[in-house]
Design a protein around this ligand. Structure first.
Ligand SMILES: NC(=O)C1=CN([C@@H]2O[C@H](COP(=O)(O)OP(=O)(O)OC[C@H]3O[C@@H](n4cnc5c(N)ncnc54)[C@H](OP(=O)(O)O)[C@@H]3O)[C@@H](O)[C@H]2O)[C@@H](O)CC1
Ligand SMILES: Nc1ncnc2c1ncn2[C@@H]1O[C@H](COP(=O)(O)OP(=O)(O)O)[C@@H](O)[C@H]1O
Ligand SMILES: [K+]
Length: 475
C-alpha cells in the first residue's frame, strides 16, 4: 500500500525526527537521496551539465546541496537563484564544490542535461511567481531531464490542485512520505515518475494516512474466493438495473462487468432483457420493477437508465446499493442518508458537479475536496471517476483511496457501465462499499491496460479482460 500525508503531518513528523538529530542532518539525507536519483537518471555524472533552480526556502536548500554532491562527482553545476534570498548553507556548499551562480540562466538552461526544480516544495503557495515562469519554460523547452525536488513547484501538495503555472517534471524525488498532490490529478500529471526517498520519517507518521493507493497484494486480500460450501446464492446475487429502449447497450455492458465480479449470479432487471440474454445467456432477466424481480444481495442501478423509474424503490431496499449515471440525476440526499445498508455513488466529474451544484471544472481542479464533500453530504461511499479515480468513505476519518491503475484508454463510451456492474458484483459478494469500489477501480484499470496494450479498446474489451486482471492480482 502506498500512503500519502498532508503537509502539516509531514512537518510534525519532521520536527519530531529533527529533535533527535544533529542540525541539518535531515536535509543532508534528502540531498543525498536526491543526488543519488539524479546520478541514476544521468547515468554518467562526470561532465554532466546540471542546472539548479533554487527558491528561497529549504526546497532550494535540498537542491543546492544535491547540486554540490553532483559537482563533487565532476558535474558542471550552475545555480539559478529565484526569490529574494537563497539557502545560505546550500549555496556555500555548492560554491565550495566548484558550482557557480549562472550569469545567464537561459544560456545554461539551453545546454543542460538535467534541471533540478528546487523553487518551492511543501512551503509553496499558489502557482509559480512571474520571475520563475520564463525560466521554467526555458527548462522545459530544453533537452534536459527536469527533476522536481519533493514536489513540482507550483502544485498544491495537499489537494493536487494547480492554480496557475507549475513545473512539469519528468521525475519527482520526494522525501519522507508521498504528499496527496503526487497521487491525485491534476498535480500528479506534473510529477512524472515519483520516487520516494526514505529520510527516517516512518516512525513519526500517524498510522492513518490522508490518502492510500492499493497495490496487487492489498486487492488480492479483498477479492472474494469461493469455498467448498459456496453455492451461487451464497456467493451473492447482484441485481443490475440498467439500460432502456434508447440505451440497451448499457445493460449489456453493466451485466458484462457484473458477471466478472465474483457474485454467484447476475439478475438483470429492465427493458433490455433480450439484448442481455443474446450476449450473456447465463443472466437471470426480469422486466421489473426491481421490487418484484426477486432477492438480491446488492443492487447496481443507473447505467443507460434514461428516465426509467426505479431508483427510489431500490434505495428503499435493505441491501447495498450502487447508484451510477442516470440514477444519480434525481438522487435525493435525504433518501440516501436514511438508508441503513451501504450506498455507493459512482459519478464522473460532470455528475459530481451536478450533485454538488458547482461547475465541472471546479470538480476536476479539486477532486479530493469534491469526493470528500460528496461522501459527507450524502452519507455514502463515493467513487469519483476520472484519470485518478478516488474513493471516499462517509466516515471522514478513513483515508481516501486513489486508484493507481487507471489509463486514458478507459475514456471510452460504456467503460463506466462495466465498472458499475463489476463494483455491484463485489458488493453482492460481501465486500464493504469502500473495498468493492477500490477493488473494482483497480481491476477495471488493469483490465483496460491489458486489453489496450497501447491501442484503443472498446468497453466490452475491458469487460473481457477482467478475468486476466483478476488473475494478475491474485498472482
Ligand atoms: N522540514 C524539514 O525538515 C525538511 C524539509 N525538506 C525540504 O524543505 C522543503 C520545505 O521547505 P520550506 O518550508 O522552507 O518551504 P519551501 O517549499 O522551500 O518554500 C518556501 C519559500 O518559497 C517562497 N514561495 C512560496 N510560494 C512561492 C511561489 N508560489 N513561488 C515562488 N516562491 C514561493 C516563500 O518565500 P518568500 O519568497 O515568500 O519569502 C517561502 O518561504 C520541503 O519541500 C523539502 O524539500 C527536506 O530537506 C527534508 C527535511
Ligand atoms: N483520462 C482518464 N484516465 C483514466 N481513466 C479514465 C479517464 N477518463 C475516464 N476514465 C475512466 O473511464 C470510465 C468512464 O466512465 P464514465 O464516465 O461513466 O463513462 P460511460 O458513461 O461512457 O461509461 C471510468 O472508469 C473513468 O474512471
Ligand atoms: K520543487
Amino acid at each position: 500500500m502506498r500512503t500519502a500525508y498532508r503537509v502539516e503531518t509531514v512537518r510534525a513528523a519532521e520536527a519530531a525526527l529533527m529533535a533527535r538529530l544533529p542540525d541539518g542532518a535531515l536535509m543532508q539525507r534528502a540531498a543525498a537521496g536526491l543526488a543519488g536519483a539524479c546520478a541514476t537518471i544521468l547515468g554518467r555524472v562526470y561532465g554532466a551539465r546540471v542546472v539548479v533552480l533554487a527558491g528561497s526556502g529549504d526546497n532550494g536548500g535540498d537542491a543546492l546541496y544535491a547540486g554540490a554532491r553532483l559537482a563533487r562527482r565532476g558535474a558542471g553545476v550552475s545555480a539559478v537563484l529565484l526569490g529574494a534570498r537563497a539557502h545560505e548553507g546550500g549555496l556555500a556548499a555548492l560554491t565550495r564544490a566548484g558550482g557557480r551562480v549562472a550569469d545567464d540562466p537561459f544560456a545554461v538552461l539551453a545546454r543542460a542535461d538535467l534541471v533540478l526544480d528546487g523553487i518551492t516544495g511543501i512551503g509553496g503557495r499558489g502557482g509559480l511567481r512571474p520571475d520563475a515562469v520564463p525560466v521554467v519554460r526555458a527548462a522545459r523547452g530544453s533537452d534536459a531531464v527536469v527533476v522536481a525536488v519533493d514536489l513540482p513547484s507550483g502544485v498544491a501538495a495537499d489537494t493536487g490542485a494547480v492554480d496557475g503555472e507549475a513545473v512539469r517534471a519528468d521525475a519527482t524525488v520526494t522525501f519522507g512520505a508521498y504528499k496527496p498532490g503526487l497521487l491525485v490529478d491534476p498535480a500528479r500529471e506534473y510529477a512524472g515518475a515519483v520516487r520516494l526517498v526514505d529520510i527516517g520519517l516512518g516512525p513519526h507518521l500517524p498510522s492513518v494516512p490522508e490518502l492510500e493507493a492499493l497495490q496487487h497484494a492489498d486487492v488480492a486480500r479483498l477479492l472474494p474466493v469461493p469455498r467448498v460450501e459456496s453455492d451461487k446464492y451464497r456467493r451473492g446475487v447482484v441485481g443490475v438495473v440498467a439500460g432502456s429502449a434508447r440505451y440497451p447497450g448499457a445493460a449489456v455492458l453493466a451485466v458484462a462487468g457484473a458477471l466478472r465480479g465474483g457474485a454467484g449470479a447476475v439478475r438483470y432487471v429492465g427493458p433490455a432483457g433480450q439484448a442481455v440474454l443474446a450476449r450473456y445467456p447465463e443472466t437471470l432477466v426480469h422486466a421489473g420493477p426491481p421490487g418484484r424481480a426477486g432477492r438480491v444481495q446488492a443492487w447496481a442501478i443507473g447505467p443507460g437508465l434514461g428516465d426509467t423509474p426505479g431508483v427510489d424503490e431500490v434505495l428503499e431496499s435493505d441491501v447495498p446499493v450502487l447508484v451510477d449515471a442516470d440514477g444519480l440525476r434525481l438522487l435525493d440526499p435525504a433518501a440516501v442518508r436514511a438508508r441503513t445498508a451501504p450506498t455507493l455513488l459512482t459519478p464522473h466529474a460532470g455528475e459530481a458537479a451536478a450533485l454538488l451544484g458547482v461547475a465541472r471544472d471546479d470538480v476536476e481542479a479539486r477532486r479530493l475536496d469534491a469526493v470528500r464533500e460528496l461522501a459527507a453530504r450524502y452519507g455514502a461511499t463515493v467513487l469519483l471517476k476520472g484519470s485518478t479515480t478516488l474513493v471516499a468513505d462517509p466516515r471522514g476519518d478513513l483515508p481516501v483511496r486513489v486508484n493507481p491503475t487507471g489509463t486514458g484508454w478507459l475514456a471510452t463510451a460504456g467503460s463506466g457501465d462495466v465498472l458499475s456492474g463489476l463494483a455491484g458484483s463485489l458488493l453482492a459478494a460481501g465486500l464493504a462499499a469502500r473495498d468493492a469500489a477500490s477493488a473494482a477501480a483497480y481491476l477495471h484499470g488493469l483490465a483496460a491496460r491489458r486489453a489496450a496494450r497501447g491501442a484503443p479498446v472498446a468497453a466490452h474489451d475491458v469487460a473481457d479482460a477482467l478475468p486476466g486482471a483478476w488473475r494478475d492480482v491474485i498472482g
